[in-house]
Design a protein around this ligand. Structure first.
Ligand code: ZN
Length: 126
């Protein structure tokens, strides 16, 4: 049987400390303190941003592919604009000739993702 003084208590979503929620905020309080509440909010925003970022990245790639396709079908695409390419510089002409414009764009996109991901990882461990 639970001890009487632990009735209504719940673990904090952030620090896992057991706390007694404010009766006025019945059922809504998930953290023990304003500091933990802020942290919870920060994490929720972070998750949301991360999801949103992933979506916009996918849209970016889809848009790139769409653009390339319309340029290709209209015959405007003569060569991959490697002079406008930011680092990493890939042998885009070779990839494009061998596999087509879409794999070339996807390859560039993936390499860029891997590099930025690696940079983020490096920042996490100074
Ligand atoms: Zn807490």
């Amino acid at each position: 049987m639970m001890a009487k003084n632990s009735r209504g208590k719940r673990p904090c979503s952030i620090c896992r400390k057991w706390f007694a929620p404010d009766v006025r905020q019945k059922g809504r309080q998930r953290t023990c303190s304003p500091a933990c509440q802020n942290e919870l909010h920060r994490r929720q925003c972070e998750n949301w941003n991360r999801k949103n970022k992933a979506v916009s990245k996918n849209n970016y790639l889809a848009k790139k592919l769409e653009e390339a396709e319309s340029l290709q079908t209209s015959g405007k695409l003569t060569a991959f604009p490697s002079q406008t390419q930011k680092s990493p510089v890939l042998p885009m002409e070779v990839i494009e000739t061998e596999y087509g414009i879409k794999p070339a764009i996807i390859a560039q996109y993936l390499v860029t993702q891997v590099i930025s991901h690696t940079k983020e990882k490096i920042r996490e461990f100074p």
